[in-house]
Write a protein that binds this ligand. Sequence first.
Ligand SMILES: Cc1cc2nc3c(=O)[nH]c(=O)nc-3n(C[C@H](O)[C@H](O)[C@H](O)COP(=O)(O)OP(=O)(O)OC[C@H]3O[C@@H](n4cnc5c(N)ncnc54)[C@H](O)[C@@H]3O)c2cc1C
Length: 398
Amino acid sequence: MDLNLSDEDKNFRKEVKDFIKKNLSSEQQKKIKNGGSYTKDETIKWQRALFKNNWFANNWPKTYGGCEWSPMKRYIFDQETAYAYTPQIVPFGVTMVGPVIIEFGTELQKKSFLPKILNSEHWWCQGYSEPGSGSDLASLKTKAISEGNNYIINGTKTWTTLAQHADWMFCLVRTDNTSKPQEGISFILIDMKSKGITVDPIITLDESHEVNTVYLEDVVVPKDNLIYQENKGWTVAKYLLSHERTSIAQVARSKSAIKKLKMIASHEVFDNSPLIDNTRFRDKLTELEMDLHSLEYTEIRILSEEAKGSSPGPEASFLKIRGSELQQKISELTLEAVGAFGLIKSNSYNQDNSNEYFPGAEYANNVGAEYLNLRKTTIYGGSNEIQKNILSKMVLGL
Ligand SMILES: Cc1cc2nc3c(=O)[nH]c(=O)nc-3n(C[C@H](O)[C@H](O)[C@H](O)COP(=O)(O)OP(=O)(O)OC[C@H]3O[C@@H](n4cnc5c(N)ncnc54)[C@H](O)[C@@H]3O)c2cc1C
């Protein structure tokens, strides 16, 4: 494995930096560095700028409008955008359902959905989990009954991230109750404007509105929206989940978070004796940095294998476990570093997602909320316990 960047990769890094400078204001970057978040419009604007530069669908083949970056280019892009606090690309369209439509969709489905994912006209959400069906996803109960050219869908989806903004939802539904649970599931695309859909917010511990419950009551969905074959949705779902897990390690974002933590710990507010001078604190910081470095090298090793044509198997689970644990630990140490300034302002939940800062040192904005929010990382995308089960089966053969 060659860890040195080629001249082409070095030039690419510079191109990414220039692109960021051109398309994102320093005020926007500062807002995020200080704990704010991007609005839907800002995110779409960023995604469209990437699309105009042919950089949006970096995991799609060129025939469908993708840019087929090498894994190393994707890695460089992730790193530079994390350091610059750019908006994060919303994964449900371009990273998740896009590759599924490319792999399993009909020509008509490709023609009608892919261009609208590319230009961010459609915002997607993921309707897999249900109350009572998370880890044991195959037990899902949302029912689709065939009626002429349509399905009539009834059921409840939950933890649906950003469904409040979504135009479309890709959804797992039960189309057969008589066979093994995995063999009675279908993968279908649902227009969120359909009659009978209600989206209810779930407000999380950090008082933010990120997830929702989606109720489906006699929702009429054309059979043309079925992806692949009826009762073969489990094959499609598994294909999609492997795409979700490799991108979930968030090494670049963790490196950026460590950089911020060092900045906070070097701050003179702590009695002119910065926390970074404290040996105990420095030990903890060093341990985290070492763990993150090892994860980074592991990720580069996996990317380098991917570049030779192999697709990630159990490695995806490993990256998910270590990446999510580290995200949580960094946020814990950051909270320790900001101390009382990390207190969360009550009632900071805003319907319009605008950023209302609570009083305190500027650098500590949202650190408490971030700490709470990141508890999710070991749960979503398949909980870490489930990833360990996968590893024990695939690697240890247990
Ligand atoms: C912030 C957030 C966003 C999410 N976004 C989405 C989304 O957009 N779309 C979507 O469909 N879903 C989403 N999810 C749901 C997520 O995929 C599920 O929460 C996850 O799969 C766990 O399912 P569960 O919550 O039902 O917990 P359960 O499956 O009930 O698990 C409870 C606990 O038991 C453990 N456990 C369960 N089974 C086993 C086992 N066999 N062996 C060992 N331990 C086990 C789990 O690890 C967990 O600790 C999101 C979740 C969160 C927290």
